[in-house]
Design a protein around this ligand. Structure first.
Ligand SMILES: NC(=O)c1ccc[n+]([C@@H]2O[C@H](COP(=O)([O-])OP(=O)(O)OC[C@H]3O[C@@H](n4cnc5c(N)ncnc54)[C@H](OP(=O)(O)O)[C@@H]3O)[C@@H](O)[C@H]2O)c1
Length: 247
């Protein structure tokens, strides 16, 4: 198996894209530890993935939680082979409505959390390790109301540019996977039920492949970047969006 017994940590692995990634890595042989905030959702996701999965409640905005996560990983597995920093998301807020709390929450989850997640995993990673940060097409093309989120995701992309230089010679690669619109519980929640199908149809039309994304599209890309087949790929932002951000 491609990822026989490797150890993969996926933050936000209890839903949507993160759950898709955890399932794909587990299917290919990895042992996966997923995180989320809601314990019931987390437990259900662990059961869905199967025996190779375990879960831990972690608020990625809290550094103490992240430290506890990697203490547990060290005790349970002794190492991390693949780290996927996926936990994220944001409420929309147009410029006139942005509050201090909106900025703090959005940056804590989508930028600060990513920094301390990677820092926390690093002592457990070595030659051949792969870090994948889940960005967004909002890094180059933020929709209305998503300016702070877009800034956080652009920041994630930029962290990597410095980190790959700092990690030169370590054998650890870091890449960003930036999804376009992807059907997940988090994404669906942005749209009132009566408008949702219309919005999804419009987004599908904007894509050059005639549809919007599924978690499996992102998961298969992550598994490729985590594999040795991607051993010469480092520091990129790979858009998985049906070409929508490139036209
Ligand atoms: N879906 C899209 O169209 C899309 C497009 C571009 C980028 N993305 C990115 O893809 C990633 C996953 O999004 P998704 O659509 O799969 O969302 P989702 O269905 O809402 O899942 C988000 C996951 O992250 C966890 N999470 C959120 N905030 C957290 C926090 N502060 N601390 C710990 N865990 C937290 C959630 O756990 P709880 O539910 O327990 O809080 C859940 O497991 C995010 O980084 C998002 O920005 C998504």
């Amino acid at each position: 198996m491609l990822f026989d017994k490797i150890v993969a940590v996926i933050t936000g692995g209890s839903s949507g894209i993160g759950l898709g990634i955890a399932k794909d890595l587990a299917k290919r042989g990895a042992r996966v530890l997923i995180t989320g905030r809601n314990p019931e959702k987390l437990e259900q996701a662990v059961a869905e993935i199967g025996q190779q999965a375990s879960g831990m409640v972690v608020d990625i905005g809290k550094v103490a939680d992240i430290n506890a996560l990697f203490e547990r990983v060290r005790d349970q597995y002794g190492r991390v082979d693949v780290l996927v920093a996926n936990a994220g998301g944001a409420e929309p807020a147009p410029l006139r409505m942005i509050t201090e709390a909106h900025v703090d929450d959005t940056l804590n989850t989508n930028l600060r959390g990513v920094i301390f997640t990677v820092q926390g995993a690093l002592p457990l990673m070595g030659n051949g390790g792969s870090v994948i940060l889940i960005g967004s097409t909002a890094s180059i093309n933020p929709p209305e109301g998503m300016s702070v989120y877009g800034a956080a995701k652009a920041g994630v992309r930029n962290l990597v540019r410095a980190w790959i230089q700092e990690l030169k010679g370590s054998g650890i690669r870091i890449n960003v996977v930036s999804p376009g619109p992807t059907r997940t519980p988090g994404f669906d929640a942005y749209f009132p039920e009566e408008q949702a199908e219309g919005v999804f149809a419009l987004l599908a039309e904007k894509s050059t492949v005639g549809r919007i994304g599924a978690p499996e599209d992102i998961a298969q890309t992550v598994s490729f970047l985590a594999s040795e087949a991607a051993g010469y790929i480092n520091g990129i932002e790979l858009f998985v969006d049906g070409g929508a951000s490139q036209i």
